[in-house]
Design a protein around this ligand. Structure first.
Ligand SMILES: NC(=O)c1ccc[n+]([C@@H]2O[C@H](COP(=O)([O-])OP(=O)(O)OC[C@H]3O[C@@H](n4cnc5c(N)ncnc54)[C@H](O)[C@@H]3O)[C@@H](O)[C@H]2O)c1
Ligand SMILES: [Zn+2]
Length: 352
């Protein structure tokens, strides 16, 4: 890690609870939790990241397919067997899946114990670890079961990113771009100038990018901690398109971040078509996504009719119309209903 100072720590308030965010240059045994009345949970990719002297972890499987009751039961069972009481601490060292599972377990074990998240993917650092959403998948639906339970503490250790596969890092970059577009013009400029090196270059640079993302996300979430007022909806920029692409292509060829980058491009196309997004903003965002090497054409993989059907199926559960998050510019984001015909036309143009 380069020498400079670690950026100032952050704190976010969500209603009556608060999350403290701490940036560390190296993970210390104490970050992984105390020896007593505590449980540390890792998966097989993150257990090797633990420093010598850290408590022995519970190692669970934490791929998306494992984000289920069984994973939660394993955590709760281990907590119970270890005799953890209401003053206990649960610590998660892992990606978004592991963080979501451990956070859910922490929210229900003894009606809630202290939760510390140490995210190890870029997605988890900029998105999953802050915002208070926990969850598991059920009956084919992502995050059908869960709770709002902000971590008491989030420890950001960018050194974890060194072992992250490139594709997984890129997935995180898509959420970084999304977050920057939602509220940090300076960060958009950093990404335009430095590209992926803004995160991979050195740990100080990574801390700065992550801190800026957390400030944007934390601000949006604090205004709507339990997703009641619609203020959080803007966090779904690019996601209606992305979810449909993931579904239509069978959750494989495109990972979530790749689909989000593609979806942000389509949100720009749609906004421009409707006259909401100025041409310069669309051009700028597409150029940024291209410079980060995201794939912006899905070709025959995204048949427009199938895509719109997938969007409609997704929306039906939330009651009706096709609605999209669109932008007039960086930090100027809104949600509006859109005619099916406009969505079809944007998808057809993107497939050509
Ligand atoms: N709670 C929220 O607000 C929120 C927000 C965004 C995403 N999520 C959830 O996060 C999940 C996606 O998380 P993700 O993108 O972090 O992927 P992930 O948790 O599935 O991890 C991807 C892979 O990377 C491995 N890994 C993790 N850290 C590593 C490291 N430092 N080095 C090497 N390998 C490592 C994991 O073991 C796994 O194999 C989804 O389930 C999504 O629903 C939740
Ligand atoms: Zn996302």
């Amino acid at each position: 890690m380069a020498g400079g100072a670690v950026p100032a720590d952050l704190a976010f308030r969500f209603g009556s609870t608060a999350s403290a965010v701490r940036f560390v240059q190296a993970l210390r045994p104490a970050d992984a939790g105390p020896p007593d009345n505590a449980l540390l949970v890792c998966d097989r990719h993150t257990a090797p990241l633990l420093p010598a002297g850290a408590p022995a972890p519970l190692v669970i499987e934490a791929e998306e397919a494992d984000k289920d009751w069984l994973a939660v039961a394993r955590v709760i069972d281990a907590a119970h067997r270890a005799g953890l009481d209401r003053g206990a601490r649960l610590t998660a060292l892992g990606g978004g899946v592991l963080c979501d599972v451990v956070a859910f377990a922490a929210s229900v074990y003894l009606r809630g114990v202290r939760l510390v998240l140490i995210p190890t993917t870029l997605v988890a650092m900029v998105d999953a670890a802050v915002g208070g959403k926990t969850g598991i998948d059920y009956a084919g639906r992502k995050n059908l079961i869960g709770s709002f339970y902000p971590a008491a503490e989030v420890v950001i250790w960018p050194g974890a990113l060194r072992s992250l596969p490139a594709r997984q890092l890129a997935a995180g970059m898509a959420e970084v771009v999304k977050t920057a577009l939602l509220g940090d013009l300076g960060l958009v400029e950093v990404l335009e100038r430095d590209g992926g090196a803004a995160v991979t270059g050195d740990a100080d640079a990574a801390c700065s990018v992550i801190r800026r993302c957390l400030q944007v996300k934390g601000g949006i979430v604090a205004a709507d901690p339990t997703e009641r007022t619609g203020r959080r909806d803007v966090l779904n920029l690019g996601h209606t398109f992305a979810h449909a692409l993931e579904a239509v292509t069978g959750f494989g060829p495109w990972n979530h971040g790749e689909a989000v980058a593609w979806g942000i491009a389509r949100a720009m196309d749609l906004g421009a078509r409707l006259g909401d997004t100025p041409g310069e903003h669309r051009t700028r965002v597409l150029a940024l996504l291209r410079s980060l090497r995201f794939r912006l054409q899905a070709g025959a993989e995204a048949p427009p009719e199938e895509m719109v059907a997938a969007m409609a199926a997704d929306k039906k559960r939330r009651g009706g119309q096709l609605r999209f998050v669109l932008q007039r510019g960086v930090g100027d984001t809104f949600v509006r209903a859109v005619d099916r015909a406009d969505v079809l036309e944007v998808l057809a143009a993107a497939a050509r």
